[in-house]
Ligand binder design. Structure first.
Ligand SMILES: C[S@@+](CC[C@H](N)C(=O)[O-])C[C@H]1O[C@@H](n2cnc3c(N)ncnc32)[C@H](O)[C@@H]1O
Length: 198
């Protein structure tokens, strides 16, 4: 009878522990980025168009990314910027993607390449993600989308944080540098580097 009681007590405390752990991990995830709701799909205002690979590298070079950086790609598509930042520039990299298939595909690619320690994709609406940990943000989005992101960037980014945009500027911000890069098919791409003021 006593053994049964203590087994029951152990099971109960394991269950409480399990529930507590699940709640804490859900809370940690929710703090970083709540999972998207059907309502969030109306915020998918930029279509999926991947940045050519050599332009990805030019974006990361323009921001001087290195192993001390935490790079966020907002609207990360197939994860190519996140993967390059982690694999070639040794940074920590986080992608944020609303689309279910792109989120799964890019997360699977990160796992396949064994980059999970330095790279991850959040399945979330980028308007609901905290950027407080970012030292570099990359954007290949429309000007109107950048404009809507601007208050979040201004709220969260620390002085000295860099933002690199591909082809579309951030209205009202002055780029510190811009650069034209040609993709392998000869099409030109313009990159803009912004640095948050002190
Ligand atoms: C032009 S693609 C850029 C993909 C990738 N960053 C690159 O440069 O190759 C824009 C991406 O943003 C995603 N997106 C659009 N609105 C979003 C939102 N509100 N939250 C998260 N991702 C979003 C789209 O699904 C798409 O994959």
């Amino acid at each position: 009878m006593k053994a049964q009681d203590s087994l029951r007590r152990m099971l109960a405390s394991a269950m409480v522990g399990g529930v507590l752990f699940a709640c804490l991990s859900a809370a940690a995830r929710a703090q970083e980025a709540p999972p998207p709701t059907p309502e969030d799909q109306k915020d998918r205002l930029a279509p999926y168009v991947p940045t050519p690979q050599n332009v990805v590298e030019a974006m990361l070079k323009l921001a001087n990314v290195d192993k001390y950086d935490r790079v966020y790609d907002l609207g990360s598509g197939d994860g190519r910027i996140v993967i390059a930042a982690a694999q070639k520039f040794n940074a920590e990299a986080v992608g944020v993607e609303l689309d279910d298939d792109l989120y799964k595909q890019s997360s699977a690619r990160i796992a396949e390449l064994g980059l999970q320690k330095r790279a991850k994709i959040l399945h979330a609406n980028m308007y609901h993600v905290s950027l407080r940990m970012a030292t570099v943000v990359t954007l290949y989005l429309l000007t109107s989308v950048n404009e809507r992101l601007k208050p979040i960037l201004e709220r969260d980014l620390r002085p000295g944080a860099r933002v690199v945009t591909h082809d579309f500027q951030i209205p009202g911000w002055t780029p510190e540098k811009s650069e034209m890069v040609f993709a392998d098919n000869g099409i030109s791409h313009t990159l803009y580097l912004y640095v948050r003021p002190q």
